[in-house]
Design a binder for this molecule. Structure first.
Ligand code: AMP
Length: 596
């Protein structure tokens, strides 16, 4: 066996619901496939009809029918001096966990083509010594030398940190299938220190599923007079339908709980097709999210920190894909959480990065394809406390991994409204008109119904930057769509325009007319007074950004002057054009002088 194979150390996220294994190869973090493109192994162990050991999906699938031959969530029992029954035998929790680890090890060996003998395994920050020891033993039983046990938030932070430098305090919000943890961590280089942790190890995405199951049970009772909760088979199928609907609701405003031949009622087969809106669903799960936010504050006070001390929020765990999670965190903590590293995989990726550090292997950044800009539409809403018809409504947020599809529902405003106009923008400003208009189209022939007719708008962005926009009248299925080629590159063009304007502003030159491309492709967006005012504001903000960057490089006296000039431009942004132009000229002159 060669040197390199001996030194391969894998990283393992041994989770309550799912587990993953990753490795750093040629400087890249690779999460090892379980089958096809699937990289998640359900943490479920079972014994099949023929007595064979089942690990992962096969075991999970048989749980509903053979719970006595299946073990789930063994992580909750780690560190207990107990035995769990599996078919006709009993095992220690370490042994069950070892079966999962063994499967992961085999998958890694088959994928890498050589033996894997060493691993870094992650555990929750709150795990006791006994629980950590049991995890170490599980590794040994599986034939793995556990070179280090690290905390899950530490691993998650490493996966995110590899894209950034400098000391930071982060809040790691980890919502999995059955557990919730929040940790406050201090990040400095490769060193991650957990300052405080809090959570509830019986709260997670499974609870969200249960709410949808209850919703379906109530419907069956009300609409058909059926009490379905005492049939384990029906409950298992409802559970599966609920999870599928929940996942769909992360990307769409409506989903349908579907199960054909769910049961037989008075000799007639009953098919379930129950629609649920995201709004209804969010109302069901809001109390759980509120509980997690309380835990966030407990963790913060445990770390002796205030909300303002947190530099960033990192999302971990599959259930954080629920849009309400990021929305409520942003409302509560005043900043948008980071979610660009796959929340299911980031703990395993971080464990692999730690493993590579121990092995002395070079690691490159965790490369993920993300959208660099936010895409959305405009709608009637509230801006600065006032009703405004061009509020920007983001659908695909900046830093979301691509390809991605998101949709949301909008409503007609007038009775009998016959058409809707859809405007698509990219940018980060709350006023849609301050963003870049990248497409517009009209849907005509809507049904003659009162105001409030739901229109579902969907945006799909692929890795080549092609944005597909679809608007569908929910009631009739009437649909119109457009494809915006190279949506991302188009923004680069706009950045160029901005840079050109910035340079011009610095030299105090006359504004040249904008390159034709953008204006030509946005019907009706002429170069009138409103447009030129907007352009001036964009230039003003660009100038402010440039000055703020320059601030770090100048002496105290110059910095004071610069700060004053920046403040003047910022104040003038809200005022009239002439005042803004004058303030910008002063700032531009100052910058020119400082750079000379
Ligand atoms: P984890 O334990 O981190 O693997 O998270 C598993 C949980 O995430 C399960 O409850 C899944 O149903 C849930 N989950 C996975 N994908 C999504 C999604 N797109 N939206 C909402 N929940 C999801």
């Amino acid at each position: 066996m060669s040197e390199t194979t001996v030194e391969t150390i894998v990283g393992i996220d041994l989770g309550t619901t799912n587990s993953e294994i990753a490795v750093v190869r040629a400087g890249r973090v690779e999460v090892i496939p379980v089958s096809g493109t699937v990289r998640i192994l359900p943490s479920v162990v079972g014994v099949g009809n023929d007595g064979a050991l089942l690990v992962g999906d096969a075991a999970r699938n048989q749980y509903a029918v053979h719970p006595e031959r299946t073990v789930r969530s063994i992580k909750r029992r780690m560190g207990e001096d107990t035995r769990v029954a599996l078919s006709d035998k009993e095992y220690a929790p370490q042994e069950i966990s070892a079966m999962i680890l063994r499967r992961l090890k085999d998958l890694a060996q088959a994928h890498l083509g050589h033996d894997v003998k060493k691993a870094v395994i992650t555990v929750p920050a709150f795990f006791s010594d006994a629980q950590r020891q049991a995890t170490r033993e599980a590794g040994e039983i599986a034939g793995l030398e556990v070179v280090r046990i690290i905390n899950e938030p530490t691993a998650a932070a490493l996966a995110y940190e590899s894209r950034h430098q400098g000391a930071r305090k982060a809040l790691v919000y980890d919502l999995g299938g059955g557990t919730f943890d929040v940790s406050v961590v201090n990040l400095e280089g490769d060193v991650v220190e957990v300052l405080a942790s809090h959570g509830n190890n019986h709260l997670g995405g499974d609870d969200f599923d249960r709410k949808l199951v209850d919703f379906a049970l109530a419907h069956l009772k009300e609409a058909h007079g059926i009490e379905a909760s005492n049939s384990p088979a029906v409950m298992a199928r409802l559970q599966r339908a609920a999870e599928a609907a929940k996942i769909a609701l992360s990307d769409r405003p409506f989903a349908t709980l579907t199960e054909e031949y769910l049961l037989e009622h008075d000799g007639v087969p009953l098919h379930l097709a129950l629609e649920v809106s995201r709004e209804q669903y969010e109302a069901m799960i809001e109390p759980y999210i509120a509980e997690t936010l309380d835990a966030v504050h407990v963790a913060l006070s445990g770390a002796g920190l205030a909300v303002a001390d947190i530099d960033e929020i990192l999302l971990v765990g599959g259930a954080t894909r629920t849009p309400l999670v990021a929305r409520r965190l942003e409302e509560e903590l005043g900043q948008q959480p980071r979610a660009e590293v796959d929340p299911d995989l980031c703990v395993a990726m971080g464990a692999a990065i730690q493993a590579a550090l121990i092995a002395g292997t070079q690691t490159r950044t965790v490369l993920v394809d993300v959208t660099p800009y936010t895409f959305g539409t405009s709608a009637l809403g509230e801006l600065n406390g006032e009703s405004y018809e061009h509020c920007f409504v983001p659908l695909i947020r900046k830093n979301t991994p691509i390809p991605v599809s998101k949709s949301d529902v909008f409503f007609t405003v007038f009775d009998g409204q016959h058409t809707v106009e859809v405007n698509v923008y990219q940018g980060e400003e709350p006023d849609a008109l301050d963003n870049i208009a990248i497409g517009r189209f009209t849907v005509e022939g809507l049904s003659k119904v009162p105001a409030g007719n739901p229109i579902v708008l969907g945006l799909s962005l692929d890795v080549n930057g092609i944005l597909e926009v679809t608007a569908r009248e929910k009631k009739s299925g009437l649909e119109r769509s457009i494809t915006i080629g190279n949506a991302i590159a188009r923004f680069e063009q706009d950045k160029l325009d901005e840079a050109r304007s910035r340079v011009q502003a610095l030299f105090g030159a006359q504004q040249e007319s904008a390159p034709a491309s953008l204006a030509d492709e946005v019907p009706g967006d002429g170069d009138g007074p409103a447009v030129s005012a907007r352009r001036l504001a964009v230039e003003g903000r660009a100038l402010v950004e440039k000055a703020e960057r320059a601030l770090e490089k100048v002496g105290t006296q110059d910095a004071e002057d610069l700060v004053d000039a920046v403040e003047d431009v910022k104040d003038a942004l809200a005022g009239d054009e002439a005042a803004l132009k004058a303030a910008m000229d002063t700032l531009a002159d100052l910058l020119y002088y400082l750079e000379a």
